[in-house]
Write a protein that binds this ligand. Structure first.
Ligand SMILES: Cc1cc2nc3c(=O)[nH]c(=O)nc-3n(C[C@H](O)[C@H](O)[C@H](O)COP(=O)(O)OP(=O)(O)OC[C@H]3O[C@@H](n4cnc5c(N)ncnc54)[C@H](O)[C@@H]3O)c2cc1C
Length: 378
């Protein structure tokens, strides 16, 4: 049995979308070889393997909207060479009359980024998708570029490409502490021994920011639990139907396994790990369906699970070198958008590691601490 490598020029902690896409992008930029450490026996045990798989471009936050729009062509290119990864279902954002201004704002953002979007009244939307008769809404935003990703295939593809460019993926090995020498990071300690590294990238999802804490370089990230539900067959909603995001209700659903995958968009603070489910989420889902999708009020739920979305105080990702501790780099705080933004986040991380300043995003908007409203919780 091979033993844990003792040296790596770049060591990435975590084999979720943050770590895997960063390794993929570093490898693509010729910045390998390196090592990815994953504490679980396999990858995708946490948020990256348990999320809703939506590629949603109608994002209200400008930074997240930029990252997901930047990821789209990269995901399409990966789809062509390593797919199938992407189901191009399109997506509908629905709102009541009071939400018309928000839909118009989202529409402007999509058009500015060159994406295919259209505003529709409820009659026009129902004419295209008769099953929308189940839903209470006044206005719809259609985005043809939205879709659903095969998340296990995408995560596996990032890791395969990372391996091909010289990254080893080491599972069942937890980075327990940073080794700090002469005021900079020199590697990590694990139960299997030390690994020396010139650069440590903390991509630890819900655990991110804790690794650096003992060395005075922690991050104020907050893991929040969210539930997903899968129903039995939903009357008349075809398997290829677009995903539906209900802006006013904070509810989304899309076809899955012959029924629907739904979330009531709940959030409650949780410790890192696989969270228990709580009955209040099922109650919230039932209430929201009753109020906003009355035609589906008798939907039977077959299974449910919960997982963690981890946020910085301003709900933007954290990507960049730690200003307090040379040799430590963060790719974390990927909240509810880490899968769909992964290609751009990896690209940005690789550029910053190489000392390049990308023209398509202001790195200060995602940098750890620099100019960010960390105190402004959203
Ligand atoms: C209910 C729900 C629905 C979501 N839906 C979507 C969606 O539709 N679209 C979308 O884009 N995003 C979605 N997300 C968000 C997305 O899943 C996350 O943003 C993304 O998976 C985060 O990736 P990550 O790599 O940062 O974290 P993780 O997936 O948690 O990966 C981090 C990895 O690091 C490992 N690790 C941590 N600490 C250590 C250590 N010290 N040593 C070794 N290994 C370590 C962990 O075991 C873990 O495997 C959703 C999330 C939830 C909870």
């Amino acid at each position: 049995m091979p033993s844990l490598p003792r040296d790596a020029s770049t060591l990435i902690v975590g084999a979720g979308f943050a770590g895997a896409a960063t390794a993929w992008a570093l490898g693509r930029a010729g910045l390998g070889p390196g090592l990815i450490l994953e504490q679980e026996d396999t990858w995708g045990v946490h948020a990256s393997g348990r999320n809703a798989a939506l590629l949603r471009l109608a994002e209200s936050d400008d930074v997240v909207a930029t990252l997901v729009a930047r990821s789209l062509p990269a995901l399409r290119a990966l789809d062509e060479t390593g797919g199938p990864l992407l189901a191009r279902t399109g997506g509908l954002t629905l709102a009541g009359a009071a939400g018309a201004a928000e839909l118009a704002h989202l529409h402007d953002g999509l058009r500015r980024r060159g994406l295919h979007a259209e505003l529709l009244g409820s009659d026009a939307a129902c004419a295209r998708h008769p099953w929308l008769a189940h839903v209470a809404f006044a206005r719809a935003l259609w985005c043809a570029d939205e879709g659903v990703v095969d998340i296990h295939a995408l995560l596996g593809l990032y890791l395969r490409r990372a391996r091909e460019s010289g990254f080893a993926v080491w599972t069942g090995c937890r980075a327990e502490a940073l080794i700090v020498e002469g005021g900079r990071v020199a590697g990590v300690r694990t139960p299997q021994g030390e690994v020396r590294a010139g650069l440590v990238i903390d991509a630890g999802g819900a655990w991110a920011g804790r690794l650096g804490a003992a060395a005075g370089a922690g991050l104020p990230l907050r893991p929040l639990r969210r539930h997903l539900f899968v129903s039995a067959a939903a009357h008349g909603i075809p398997a290829g139907a677009p995903m539906v995001w209900m802006e006013d209700a904070s509810l989304y659903f899309r076809p899955e396994s012959g029924g629907l995958l739904l979330s009531p968009c709940d959030e409650s603070p949780a410790e890192p790990g696989v969270p228990d489910t709580h009955p209040s989420a099922a109650e919230s889902l039932a209430e929201k369906i009753h109020g906003h999708v009355p035609g589906l009020a008798d939907l039977t739920i077959r299974r449910s699970w919960a997982c963690l979305r981890t946020f910085a105080p301003d709900r933007r990702p954290v990507v960049g070198p730690d200003p307090r501790l040379p040799g430590l780099f963060h790719v974390s705080g990927l909240g509810g958008f880490g899968m769909m933004c992964s290609a751009a986040i990896g690209e940005l991380a690789a550029d910053l590691v190489a000392g390049k300043r990308p023209a398509w995003i202001d790195p200060a908007a995602v940098a750890p601490f620099a100019g960010r409203p960390w105190s402004a919780e959203r």
